[in-house]
Design a protein around this ligand. Structure first.
Ligand code: RP5
Ligand code: MG
Ligand code: MG
Length: 259
């Protein structure tokens, strides 16, 4: 199944410890009688003035629960269940929405002619200090491209006009994110948009970190760098690069690959 490791083992700085979920006890259909996850929903999520959060009383919610992972399952009292399985924590943690919390991530790549390596524009996340793709939550009524453009502007000062002359652009299959903030009842799902630029355009862009990014970096894509990303962003990046290299409209000579 989908990568579901950080959702079970890592935790946000403010989270209590997760109840240990072994590999063979992830899926809900497998009985796990001893399972007693701690309930945790961050005070900011419970605050009535937090506009981006659902009411804590789930019966007061009228919206339909949507997910890229298919029909949402519910427990006996109508609380949505993580589509991949147990995380060792119930409640919403720091996530505002019950069920799926939708985000969009932007992959911006270029081929560095000096190193002959593909490079990706990454941020350092303020919350965990990890290298990540720039991205963020979808605002009400926003399209995926709208979120991508807004988040790139907020986090790395990249404007959609900087990307207009791309050599290649593709939206990847949307789905579950193995995010350390996930719980049994609230989880991240994302849509990834990949844009590949000519080196002359990428190197001329004025990049600057802001909002929930403390730094940025054009990172060479290597086996090592892919394994150090936040959540499953390294895996998303690998799939995006593969898709680009295999596509009919690939801007890159097939003999050149990421290391
Ligand atoms: C991840 O959290 C998504 O892939 C996206 O990168 C990010 C969105 O949350 P914030 O950056 O707004 O914290 O699951
Ligand atoms: Mg953001
Ligand atoms: Mg963000």
């Amino acid at each position: 199944y989908k990568s579901h490791t950080k959702s079970r083992t890592e935790k946000h700085a403010s989270y209590p410890s997760r109840y240990f979920v072994p590999d063979d006890k992830i899926i809900w259909d497998i009985p796990f009688d001893a399972y007693q996850p701690t309930e945790f929903t961050a005070p900011v999520v419970l605050d009535r003035n937090t506009t981006w959060a659902d009411p804590h009383d789930i019966t007061a919610l009228t919206r339909v629960f949507e997910s890229f992972e298919g029909d949402v399952k519910f427990n006996a009292i109508g609380v949505p269940l993580n589509p991949i399985g147990r995380t060792g924590l119930k409640g919403r943690g720091v996530l505002g929405k019950w069920g799926a919390n939708f985000a969009v991530d932007g992959i911006v790549t270029t081929l560095n002619p000096y190193s002959n390596l593909l490079e990706v524009l990454t941020i350092t996340r303020c919350d965990t200090g990890e290298t990540a793709l720039p991205g963020g939550m979808v605002d009400a009524g926003e399209t995926a491209m709208g979120t991508r453009n807004r988040e790139l502007e907020e986090e790395v000062s990249v404007k959609s006009t900087d990307l207009a002359n791309h050599l290649y652009e593709e939206t990847l299959a949307s789905g579950y994110v193995d995010d350390p903030r996930n719980t049994d009842n609230a989880w991240m799902e994302t849509t990834v948009i990949h844009t590949h630029l000519a080196y002359e355009n990428a190197s001329e862009m004025q990049v600057c970190a802001g909002d929930d990014a403390s730094d940025f970096k054009w990172l060479p894509i290597t086996t090592e760098s892919l394994s150090s990303f936040y959540a499953n962003h390294g895996l998303s990046l690998l799939l995006a690069v593969k898709e680009m290299l295999q596509s009919k409209s690939s801007p890159i000579d097939k003999t050149i690959t990421a290391e």
